[in-house]
Design a protein around this ligand. Structure first.
Ligand code: ADP
Length: 182
């Protein structure tokens, strides 16, 4: 978990490469649907472009479909899910349904000014439609309002491992590997 621009996707890909785990990124799945112009893609595009969360039922159904495809002995790195209280409850039900459990929650911590710098740079370099100055601010606000409480809930359960998200990709990957084993 972590705010937009904290490096969730980058580090999830490292875990996949280094350990053979599978990444389940709701943002990537949505963007793939949008690119392929599927019915789901058409339904969610406006939310992504505005920096709002896609409704929980749509998101949870998509995650369930993806979970069906992943073999039970493969470890999954959830990237960008769960992001709301309702998704957290839905995840508990999904884990029971698929006979899985959460191994740990990693929180990538990056200060807001660094997030703004990174997302602005990604917007200029990659042209992601939600990396514009207005939408970036909106995404950070939505994260604070809707996802911060989810992290607090996991904190209460004592499963959160905080990782400093500042430094090189390699630095952070090393910290994350240490946190994942701890
Ligand atoms: P970032 O975390 O950098 O904003 P993501 O690729 O994780 O990037 O998410 C991009 C967008 O996809 C979000 O702003 C939101 O519109 C949508 N999205 C991703 N994950 C979820 C989710 N779990 N619930 C609702 N919407 C989501």
């Amino acid at each position: 978990m972590g705010p937009p621009g904290s490096g969730k996707g980058t580090q999830a890909q490292r875990l996949v490469k280094d350990h053979g785990w599978v990444q389940l990124s709701t943002g990537d799945l949505f963007r793939d649907h949008i690119k392929r112009e599927t019915g789901l893609g058409k339904r969610v595009k406006g939310y992504l472009d505005r920096g709002e969360y896609v409704p929980d039922d749509v998101t949870v159904d998509m995650v369930r479909e993806r979970l069906r495809e992943i073999s039970k002995d493969t470890r999954i790195v959830f990237d960008g899910f769960p992001r709301t209280a309702a998704q957290t409850e839905a995840l508990d039900a999904l884990l029971a349904e698929f006979d899985r459990r959460v191994g740990g929650v990693i929180l990538l911590e990056v200060p807001r000014d660094e997030l703004l710098t990174r997302l602005g740079k990604r917007g200029r370099e990659q042209g992601r439609t939600d990396d514009t100055p207005e939408v970036i601010g909106k995404r950070l606000d939505v994260y604070e309002q809707q996802t911060r409480p989810v992290i607090d809930r996991y904190h209460g359960k004592g499963v959160v491992r905080r990782v400093d998200g500042l430094g090189t990709i390699d630095d952070i990957a090393r910290r994350l590997a240490a946190a994942a084993e701890a």
